[in-house]
Design a protein around this ligand. Structure first.
Ligand code: AMP
Length: 260
C-alpha cells in the first residue's frame, strides 16, 4: 500500500502515520525527519538544507525529490510506504507522479486530515501556556507565532494539492479534529473500503468515498459469481439434453437393427 498523508502542521500526520505503520507493516517516509538527519550528519544535502530549514522555508524540490526517489528503492519500502511531509508543492507532486510511473508503482490514496486552523492555534497556545506555567522549556518552533507562519505557508504552497489529488480521484478527506482513535478508525474504514490490505496492493478504484468504494467492490464481486452460476447451470442442462438425445438415438438404432 502506498499512501500520502496530507495536512497542516499539527494535524496529527505523524501520529496517524505511526498507526498505519503498525497496522500495515509499511514504512513512514518523512522528508522532515530525513532532512534533519542529513543536517545532523553534516552531509552535502544537510549543509544545503540547514539554513533553509532554520528559517522555515522550503528546501528545493530537486533535493527532496532526489531523497524520496532513493528512499523508496530501499528494501524496507518494497511492501509500501506512507509519505509524510512530501509532496509539499504541486511541482513535487508532479515529480512524484513521474517517479512512480518510471518505477511502475501505483499510489493507492492520499489521506487529507482536515482540521480547523483556529482550533489548532488555540491548542498550541494552551499547551505553551501550560508548559510555561510549569517552568518547562518551550521548543522554538512550537509557538503560536511560528505555527501561524507555517499554516500560511501550508495554505499557499501545499493546500493546492487537495485539488490536484481530488482531480485524480485519489483524495480521501478525514475529519482530523476527532480523537486520535476515531481518526485512525476513520482512515482504516476508508482504506478497507478501497480494498487496501497489508499483503496486497490496493485495488484500482475510481471512486473516492468509502461508500462508493464498497459499492463498486460488491458489484465486481457478485457479477462473476452470478455469471459462473448461470454458466454451470446451463452446462448441466446442456449435458442432460445431450445424454437424453444419445439414449434415444441408441434405442432407435437397436430397433432398426432388430427389424432387419
Ligand atoms: P516537517 O518536519 O515535515 O515539518 O519539515 C521540517 C522542514 O523540513 C520544513 O520546514 C522544510 O524546511 C523542510 N522540508 C520537509 N519536507 C519538505 C518538502 N517536501 N519540501 C521542501 N522542504 C521540506
Amino acid at each position: 500500500m502506498r499512501l500520502i498523508l496530507l495536512g497542516p502542521p499539527g494535524a496529527g500526520k505523524g501520529t496517524q502515520a505511526q498507526k498505519l505503520v503498525e497496522k500495515h507493516g509499511i514504512v513512514q517516509l518523512s522528508t522532515g525527519d530525513m532532512l534533519r538527519a542529513a543536517v545532523a550528519a553534516g552531509t552535502p544535502i544537510g549543509l544545503k538544507a540547514k539554513d533553509i530549514m532554520a528559517s522555515g522555508g522550503l528546501v528545493p524540490d530537486d533535493v527532496v525529490v532526489g531523497i524520496i526517489s532513493d528512499r523508496i528503492e530501499q528494501p524496507d519500502a518494497k511492501r509500501g510506504f506512507i509519505l509524510d511531509g512530501f509532496p509539499r508543492t504541486v511541482p513535487q507532486a508532479r515529480a512524484l507522479d513521474e517517479l512512480l510511473k518510471k518505477k511502475q508503482l501505483k499510489l493507492d490514496a492520499v489521506v487529507e486530515l482536515r482540521v480547523n486552523e483556529s482550533a489548532l492555534l488555540q491548542r498550541v497556545e494552551k499547551r505553551v501556556a501550560e508548559m510555561r506555567a510549569r517552568g518547562e522549556e518551550v521548543r522554538a518552533d512550537d509557538t503560536p507565532e511560528v505555527l501561524s507562519k507555517r499554516l500560511a505557508s501550508y495554505r499557499a504552497q501545499t493546500e493546492p494539492l487537495v485539488h490536484y489529488y481530488s482531480e485524480k480521484r485519489k483524495l480521501i478527506t478525514v475529519d482530523g479534529m476527532m480523537t486520535i482513535g476515531n481518526v485512525t478508525s476513520a482512515i482504516n474504514r476508508v482504506l478497507e473500503a478501497l480494498g487496501a490490505s497489508p499483503a496486497k496492493p490496493a485495488r484500482k478504484s475510481k471512486k473516492t468515498s468509502a461508500k462508493a468504494a464498497k459499492k463498486s467492490a460488491k458489484k465486481t464481486k457478485s457479477k462473476p459469481k452470478k455469471a459462473s452460476r448461470k454458466a454451470s447451470k446451463a452446462a448441466r442442462k446442456g449435458s442432460k439434453k445431450a445424454s437424453k438425445k444419445s439414449k434415444k438415438k441408441a434405442k432407435k438404432g437397436k430397433s432398426r437393427k432388430s427389424k432387419k
